[in-house]
Design a protein around this ligand. Structure first.
Ligand code: ATP
Ligand code: MG
Length: 421
C-alpha cells in the first residue's frame, strides 16, 4: 500500500480560514449522520499546485440535499437544490459551495448527457475527465486531510500531464477534448501521449455534442486568462477548424487579444470581444454558419453581423471626414462590434475616427428638447424632429456648444427662413 498523504496543513495555509472551518464542521456533521464527505476536483488539483481556487466542490456518500439543509442550520445562507441530480449549492456573501451526491453515470450514447444514479466516491471519481481532476480529500474527522488518488493524479501533476482515465473517455463525452486543451494550456502541462492520440482519433466525436454544449465550451475557453493559447493549440490539432474551417489562430489574433485585455477590466475577460476578433475574418456567409452551429443568442449573433462593417471602414479612412459623418457611419452598431474594428483596423485614421466615436460622439446630444422648441414658438409635429436633428449635427461638428448657442442658432434659422415655425 502506498503511503498516506495528508493535506490538512496545506488546506490550512491555502484556503481562507472561514472556508476551512466550514469544511471541518461539514465533515463532522456528515460523519455524525453516518455520511462521508470529500473535497474533490479542481480545488484539490489547485491545492496541490499551489494555485488559488476557492470553488469548493464537495461530494457526499449519502444525500447531498439532506446534508445541505443540515449545514444551512449552522451556516445560514442561500440554498439551491436540484433533486433530479441530488445536488445542492450553498451560497453566502463571499463564498459558495457545491455539494453533490456521489454518483455513477452511464452514457446511453456518445455525447448524450449521462444517466445518473447514486454511488460511492469510487464510482464518482471514475466518471471524471482527467487524472489530475479525479483526486479527493477526506473531510471526516478521523481521516481529515487524507488524499485519495485512485488514478495516479499525483504523479501526473508532478510530470505535468493531462491524462484521461480510460480509452473511451472522449467518446463518452467529447467536450473533454476542449477541456483537455484548456487545462493543458492554463497549467502549462502536456496532453499525455496516448491521451493525445485518442483525442486526435476522437475529434469527429465533437459532432455528437449539442450546439449549446459546444458554445458553452467555447465560452469557457474565452474566459481563460490567455484564450489565444488554447485556440492556437486547437488549430494545431484540427479542432478549431472543426468549429469552422475558416477560423485561424495566429499572431494577428494573439496581438488583438492582448489589446482587448488592455481595454477591459482585469477581472472580467472580454469574452464578446474575443469572439468577434476570432470571427473577424469570416465572410458574412461563414459568420452565419457559425452562428447557426453554435446557436448564438440573438444579441451575440447581431454583434457578429455588426462586426462586418469593412465597407464602412473605407469611408472612415478619409482624414477630412466631419464628426457628424463619422457618427452616421458608426451609429447603431453594437459597441463591441465597433471596438473590434478599432482593434482590427490597420489605418491610424480609421482608428482615430472610431476612438472619437466611442469616447465622445456617441454621447453627444442637443441640450434643447422638443418642449424647449415649442416654447420658442415652433409648432408641434415633424418640424420639431427636423430641428433637433439639425442641432444634433451642429453639436457633433462643434458649431454649437451651449444651450444658449442652440437657441440662437434656431432663432437664426427661423429668421433666415431655413426652417419654418
Ligand atoms: P476549473 O478550474 O476550470 O473550474 P474544475 O476542475 O473545477 O476546473 P469544473 O468544470 O468546475 O472544473 O468541474 C469540476 C470537476 O468536475 C472537474 O474537476 C472534473 O473532475 C469534473 N468534470 C467536469 N466536467 C466534466 C466532464 N465533462 N467529464 C468528466 N468530468 C468532468
Ligand atoms: Mg470549477
Amino acid at each position: 500500500m502506498s503511503e498516506i498523504i495528508n493535506l490538512a496543513s496545506r488546506i490550512q495555509k491555502q484556503l481562507p480560514a472561514e472556508l476551512v472551518r466550514f469544511m471541518q464542521a461539514a465533515g463532522e456533521i456528515a460523519d455524525s449522520q453516518g455520511q462521508s464527505l470529500y473535497l474533490v476536483g479542481g480545488v484539490v488539483r489547485d491545492l496541490l499546485l499551489g494555485r488559488s481556487n476557492f470553488d469548493l466542490d464537495l461530494v457526499v456518500e449519502g444525500d447531498a440535499i439532506n446534508l445541505a439543509h443540515r449545514l444551512a442550520q449552522n451556516y445560514p445562507g442561500e440554498i439551491t437544490t436540484h433533486p433530479r441530480f441530488n445536488t445542492a449549492k450553498l451560497r453566502w456573501d463571499k463564498w459558495s459551495v457545491d455539494l453533490t451526491t456521489a454518483r455513477s453515470e452511464t452514457y446511453a450514447r456518445p455525447g448524450a448527457l449521462p444517466s445518473v444514479k447514486s454511488g460511492s466516491l469510487r464510482n464518482d471519481l471514475s466518471r471524471r475527465d482527467f487524472t489530475v481532476n479525479a483526486m479527493a480529500i477526506h473531510l471526516d474527522p478521523n481521516h481529515y486531510g487524507n488524499l485519495i488518488d485512485l488514478y495516479d493524479g499525483m504523479p501526473d501533476l508532478e510530470h505535468k500531464l493531462i491524462r484521461i482515465l480510460h480509452e473511451k473517455s472522449f467518446v463518452d463525452d467529447a467536450t473533454r477534448i476542449w477541456r483537455g486543451l484548456r487545462y493543458e494550456q492554463r497549467l502549462n502541462f502536456h496532453l499525455e501521449e496516448s491521451t493525445l492520440k485518442l483525442l486526435k482519433r476522437d475529434i469527429p466525436m465533437l459532432d455528437t455534442i449539442s450546439s449549446d454544449r459546444i458554445r458553452h465550451e467555447l465560452e469557457l475557453v474565452l474566459k481563460e486568462e490567455f484564450p489565444e493559447k488554447v485556440l492556437r493549440r486547437a488549430e494545431e490539432l484540427g479542432i478549431l477548424q472543426w468549429l469552422h474551417p475558416s477560423l485561424k489562430s495566429n499572431g494577428w489574433l494573439s496581438d488583438r487579444f492582448e489589446q482587448a485585455r488592455q481595454l477591459s477590466s482585469p477581472t472580467l475577460p472580454p469574452v464578446g470581444l474575443y469572439l468577434t476578433l476570432l470571427t473577424y475574418h469570416l465572410t458574412e456567409a461563414e459568420a452565419e454558419q457559425l452562428i447557426t452551429k453554435l446557436r448564438l443568442s440573438k444579441s451575440l449573433a447581431q454583434t457578429l453581423r455588426d462586426t462586418n462593417i469593412k465597407a464602412r471602414l473605407q469611408s472612415l479612412a478619409d482624414p477630412a471626414l466631419p464628426p457628424s459623418s463619422i457618427y452616421h457611419l458608426l451609429h447603431g452598431y453594437s459597441p463591441v462590434a465597433i471596438t473590434t474594428n478599432l482593434l482590427a483596423s490597420d489605418s491610424s485614421i480609421v482608428r482615430q475616427h472610431i476612438q472619437l466615436f466611442l469616447n465622445k460622439l456617441r454621447y453627444v446630444k442637443p441640450t434643447l428638447t422638443g418642449n424647449d422648441l415649442q416654447s420658442i414658438g415652433i409648432s408641434p409635429g415633424p418640424r420639431i424632429k427636423e430641428i433637433l436633428n439639425r442641432l444634433h449635427e451642429a453639436r457633433l461638428d462643434g458649431q454649437v456648444t451651449s444651450k444658449q448657442g442652440e437657441e440662437e442658432m434656431v432663432k437664426g434659422w427661423l429668421a433666415k427662413g431655413i426652417v419654418d415655425r
